[in-house]
Ligand binder design. Structure first.
Ligand SMILES: [Zn+2]
Length: 55
């Protein structure tokens, strides 16, 4: 694998990564969350969205 090829791969991966992140964000925005957890941390059972409640 040469440098050019590696750079191409990186670009492609970044593109699909941001596509996936957007898809995930869309799902989580439209989810009717059902959170489960404790007073510090809760996670939606349906979309895996995490809320940290105390730091
Ligand atoms: Zn959810």
């Amino acid at each position: 694998m040469n440098v050019q090829k590696i750079k191409e791969e990186i670009t492609q991966m970044k593109t699909s990564l941001s596509f996936l992140e957007e898809s995930l964000k869309g799902i989580q925005q439209n989810c009717e969350h059902r959170f489960d957890g404790d007073q510090y941390y809760e996670k939606c059972l349906k979309c895996d969205k995490v809320n940290v409640l105390y730091y």
